[in-house]
Every structure is written in C-alpha cells, then in structure tokens.
Write a protein that binds this ligand. Sequence first.
Ligand SMILES: Cc1ncc(COP(=O)(O)O)c(C=O)c1O
Length: 399
Amino acid sequence: MLFSGLAEVGDDPILLVSTMFKASQDPNKVDLGVGVYKDAKGNTAILNSVKKAEQFLVDNQATKTYLSPAGNPEFNKLVQDMLIGADHRSVSENRVSTFQTPGGTGGVRIGLEFVKACNPNANVWISNPTWPNHTAITKSLGLNPKQYRYYDIKQGQFQYEEMLEDLSGADVGDVVILHGCCHNASGADLSNAQWDELAALMLEKGLVPFVDFAYQGFGDGIEEDTYAARVLSTKLPEALIASSCSKNFAMYRDRAGAITLVSSSADEHSKNASHMLSAVRATYSMPPDHGAAVVAHILGNPDLKAEWVSEVDEMRERVKKMRGTFVEKMNEKAPNSGFGYIAEQKGMFSYLTLEAEQIQTLINDHSIFFMGNGRVNMAGLTDDNIDYVTDAIASLFKS
Ligand SMILES: Cc1ncc(COP(=O)(O)O)c(C=O)c1O
C-alpha cells in the first residue's frame, strides 16, 4: 500500500515546548519558548495600525477576485522601498523585483526554488545555529546544505572569524543565507563594519547573498536594520532578500512576506523574474491577499505609517528593556553567572549559556519553558515574571 510505509516525523521541538507549557498546571509557569512578541502583559495583541487598516479594507475593498502570482504591486513597491530604498541603484537599472509571498517562509522557499532553477546542485551555506527551516527547505528542494560556524552556544560566543574562515572555503556561485538582523537563534549580529568586510569577501569569492530578513525594526530601528540587506545588494551584483511582515506587523497568521530578487543586469532580470513567477505558479499559484493589503495600506498612508513605526519602536524597546533588567537582576542575584552578553544581543532570541541539566531543572522544577538547547524568547519576560525567572536561574549558581 502506498500510504503504509512511512515512519513518523518527530514533533517540531518548538511545538513540544508549547505543548508542555499548555499542559503545565503550575500557576507560576513562564513561556520563553514560542517565537512571537509578547507585550508587558504577556499578550500578542493586534497592532492599532493594523486594526485601522483592516477596518479600512472591510469598508472599501470592492472585490476578492484573483490577484496575480507576483501579488499586490503596491505592497511589493512599498516593501522594496523599506528594504533597500527607492534610490537603490538596482531600481534605476531595472534589475530588481519584489514578489509578495505567504510569509517570510514563502519568501525563503520561492527564493530557493529560484536558486534551484539556476543550479539544481547549488551549495547553500547556512549558519550554525540557525532557524531550522533554512536547512529543511534547502534539503526538501534537493539543494546541498553546508554549514558555517556562527555562534558557539556552549561558550556564548559569536564566531565572526570562524564564519569568515568557513565562507572563504566556499565555491563561486555558492549561496549564503544570512540573517538580515536579530539572528534567530543567537541574537548575535554583525556590526556594520563586519557586514562591509563580509560583502567584500563574498564579492572576491563570487558568492551570492540570500538575506533572510524576518525582524526588521526589532534590532535598532526600521531604517537602521536595513544595513546588511542594502550593503550586500549594493556591493554584490546578485542578491536575494526574503522578508517577513509577521513580527513587525504582528500579523503572524496572515502570512505576509516577500522575496526580492536583484539580478546583475536588466536583460538577465526579466528572464530571472519569469522563473520566480513560474516557481510561484507551481507552488501556490498566488499569495493570499489580506495581510499584504493591510501592510500596503499602512505603508502608503503617512499617518498610519507613523503610528505603525511607533508601535514597532515600542515592541523593540520593551524587549531591550527586559534584556537590560534581566542582566541587572542576574548581576545582583548571581554575580558570576556571566549573562552580560544578553544585554548586547538584538531581537527576541538569545541562548542561556547553561548546562543541559540546568536547563532541565528550570523546565522541570520551575516550569520555565524554553528550548532544550537554551534558546529563550526574551519577549516572554515581563515585570510580573522576571523576578521568578531570575531567582530560578540564580538558584542554579548556588552550591
Ligand atoms: C529567521 C527567520 N526567517 C523566516 C521566518 C519566517 O517567518 P514567517 O514565515 O512567519 O513570516 C522566521 C520566523 O520565525 C525566522 O525566524
């Protein structure tokens, strides 16, 4: 029988953490696992700017007829401007296009489908560690995943030199997936000078950047966070940028995202764009409308855009503040615990540098749920739970 030979695929570790959190009866339980932003009350609320745009669409949208495989053209233009700027050289040279996709994941998938159309045996370099879907999508397309060192979880150290060393061994035409900002899962980002140096190395080696940009606005600011995407797509002749509106518009389930393709010339670009659209047609025909229509309305309306920017600022500043408070409290409660790096890192995620048994103690004895490898979502910390969490971690350092 065709359907009877499969072995079970294990649960996604992040879903296991969520299931354990939901099942726990402990009134003090804390969820530092799931990868969504939470506000000071621990909720993932709908943004006011999004509510207003949704109301506008309910009142004004006149049809739900098909869009096109490229999606909403207004969304594509506004998102592209926000990623690389309307003054980017590739725009005047007609060698860049942005295609709306179902979330950032859809962008990564279609971008790698395009890589496969260019070279079915392409090497795709992925940071170690990374968001697990980079490897899963690369493998499911039959492309060849390769790892570069990025962050030493045990030592709590960013491995910039090791990254350069590994990428120096890549071949011409290899694709390198890079987190545009707020590296998931380490929170360790390259400085602007390091991005410059990496871009020069990639140019020299003939490598192709694939920027995965899922947290624009969560690092230093909407504009500031574009440095990597801009420098790589300016210094190198070809680039792919997958972007997501899930986190910065808090529209996780509405699946708004994009893939931006920069080609080396206008001639090449029109052929390349046709392959991108062909990959879309063969995968989901066209992206869903709603999330992208909301984003387009917000970005196209100056007042609403200003409101959205301040909502993003608030999310970013809250996580930053919790990072700082966490470090202050750990310094007081366990002075040698060495968590100072948490305040330097960006975005929602960081690793707690702890032994495996210590992680299990926090999960089993204190009902603080997070990934078994130590990855925590700092947005899960609130004024109400931070003392409970830091007391529990400090207790691991008392003999
Ligand atoms: C690094 C990275 N890339 C892409 C995504 C995809 O985001 P989505 O498909 O939800 O827009 C995520 C989401 O967690 C992510 O962390």
